[in-house]
Design a protein around this ligand. Structure first.
Ligand code: GLN
Length: 541
């Protein structure tokens, strides 16, 4: 039977609940248990798919095509388990389901209320498609005290009642600030946050205190006393130098042992921290550096390309180099400055994106990479821009563009109206934006003897997608005659999935997002190969 662990946060947001949940999941997994991670988000969007990265960071896409919170990326990277649509729910989704049901008369004339209807729906979600898992770790987004979080907190309180204390555990993560002026560590915000939780009826079983300084004995004692938690269940998490150190640091604090003891379970295996020790070592100690230019619209926003940042680090680990990302805002990249701005760069990466702003800067940078034989990786929008660049400057179709941002040009990139997966036809929508893209895992067949086939060592791959537009197949022969090869195609040969250049050491564009499948313990071949090419280029300077 599954046991449920609920992780809440207090005092401030961004304390690292996702990372703590993911690290705990790894530790339990390493001790021989089957885990599953879930995120409950209290906002009213049905999913984060329509939210700008400025608001919410990256939108993470699952194999089964859900647009989810970026914490699901952490979950996958730490446990190696692919998340599913059913692992992320928002208040918006819950209300939307309830309202649809109400309109169909599904509540048989009853008044539909937060308690019990919303809370019941949340509880159903928490248990949904759970089979052989030993632990379900549910992270509740937001901070205790937020109006939006209340139905979720009420639901997990009820859940614990329904399933019994012995099957449910509450972990509360809080901030314990250090006051430099008085050289003191303050426990009061934690006391208040736990008081707030207890008002709702939730007594935490473990408190994780995030602090800049190690938590002294007296402060631990105080938190234990005022918050009604056993002394050994008050643990600290001091800022780590790299996120890969987190499982090591939580194990040092005995988090996994405390959890097993709570559930009266024994460790089935010795915990294995070696992979994380190795990675931490490489990340912190590796000396050689390579500069990669990341040219996009949201580059200065920390979490906007989270999985991409991670995938590049993974590629670096595989090649024993440190990746130094030079973030360049595409709309500030003027053609006459390209040479100067990109002069110390050994690789260029154009990530996914939407809308017209910054496209000309991206196209210029691609031209520079192509002409100067600089390794280039274009992801989704980055691939589309590479196709436009080639059409304009090599095929001499001067008005080449995408129907995403021009109504008058020649659409070498165009809106797709329907597509095929496993023999099933999917249709796009012109009216709705949310959840209407080509989303999730799609197969691509790889061309024999192409660079991409060598990289993947396979003739067929499955990667995650998130886009509305596609390269226009009508131009395929024209491109290939001039050296731009379509080296990956959808199984029905209608949708170009990968492009590569014949006369270039490493120039690849992919219509999908390989970054979502890269894991620190299993770096993605495309990123490993890209960084290898960048390393070779770097050595030549
Ligand atoms: N805006 C482009 C499209 O919808 C690319 C999307 C992306 O880069 N994820 O096709």
């Amino acid at each position: 039977m599954a046991r449920y662990i609920f992780v809440t946060g207090g005092v401030v947001s961004s304390l690292g609940k996702g990372l703590s949940s993911a690290s705990l999941a790894y530790l339990l997994q390493s001790r021989g248990y089957k885990v599953r991670l879930r995120k409950l988000d209290p906002y009213l969007n049905v999913d984060p798919g329509t939210m700008s990265p400025f608001q919410h960071g990256e939108v993470f896409v699952t194999d089964d095509g859900a647009e989810t919170d970026l914490d699901l990326g952490h979950y996958e990277r730490f446990t190696g388990i692919s998340a599913k649509q059913s692992d992320n729910i928002t208040t918006g989704r819950i209300y939307s389901d309830i309202i649809q049901r109400e309109r169909k008369g599904g509540y048989l004339g009853k008044t539909v209320q937060v308690i019990p209807h919303v809370t019941d729906r949340i509880k159903e979600f928490i248990k949904k498609d759970v089979s052989s898992e030993d632990f379900i770790i549910c992270e509740i987004g937001g901070t205790v005290g937020d109006i939006e979080s209340l139905p979720f907190l009420e639901a997990i309180r009820q859940f614990s009642n329904d399933h019994g204390k012995k099957n449910t555990l509450f972990i509360h993560l809080t901030l314990v600030p250090y006051m430099r002026a008085s050289d003191e560590i303050k426990t009061k915000p934690t006391q208040h946050s736990v008081k707030e939780l207890r008002t709702i009826g939730i007594q935490p079983d473990i408190i994780i205190c995030r602090s800049e300084q190690p938590l002294p004995f007296d402060q631990r004692k105080k938190i234990s006393l005022f918050c009604n938690v056993p002394f050994e269940n008050v643990i600290e998490t001091v800022d780590v130098k790299t996120i890969y150190e987190a499982p090591i640091s939580f194990n040092k604090e005995k988090l996994d042992k405390i959890v097993l003891k709570y559930f009266k379970l024994k460790s089935k295996k010795n915990v294995n921290l070696n992979p994380w020790k190795k990675i931490t070592n490489v990340v912190l100690k590796t000396k050689p550096k390579v500069n990669i230019g990341l040219i996009g619209k949201y580059v200065n926003l920390k979490d906007a390309y989270k999985s991409l940042d991670e995938a590049l680090i993974h590629g670096g680990i595989d090649n024993n180099v440190k990746v130094n990302l030079i973030r360049i805002e595409s709309d500030k990249l003027k053609p006459n400055e390209i040479k100067e701005k990109l002069k110390n760069i050994s690789g260029i990466l154009i990530p996914g994106g939407f809308g017209k702003r910054g496209t000309e800067g991206k196209i210029e940078a691609i031209k520079y990479a192509r002409q100067n034989k600089i390794p280039f990786l274009g992801i989704c929008y980055g691939m589309q821009m590479a196709v436009i660049e080639y059409a304009r400057n090599v095929l001499k179709i001067k008005k080449a563009t995408s129907s995403e941002f021009s109504k008058t040009g020649v659409n070498v990139i165009g809106l797709i109206h329907e597509w095929n997966r496993d023999g099933k036809i999917f249709k796009g929508s012109k009216k709705e934006l949310g959840g209407t893209m080509r989303l999730g895992l799609y197969e691509a067949k790889l061309k024999k003897n192409s660079l991409i086939q060598k990289i993947y060592r396979s003739n067929s791959i499955n990667e995650r997608h998130r886009h509305r537009y596609e390269v226009n197949i009508d131009y395929k022969d024209k491109f290939e005659d001039k050296g731009l090869i379509f080296s990956g195609m959808s199984p029905d040969h209608k949708l170009p999935e990968i492009i590569e250049l014949k006369n270039h050491p490493w120039f690849i564009g992919v219509q999908f997002h390989p970054e979502f499948k890269s894991r620190p313990l299993n770096p993605h071949p495309l990123f490993s190969s890209f960084i290898k090419a960048v390393k070779i280029k770097n050595a030549k300077y």
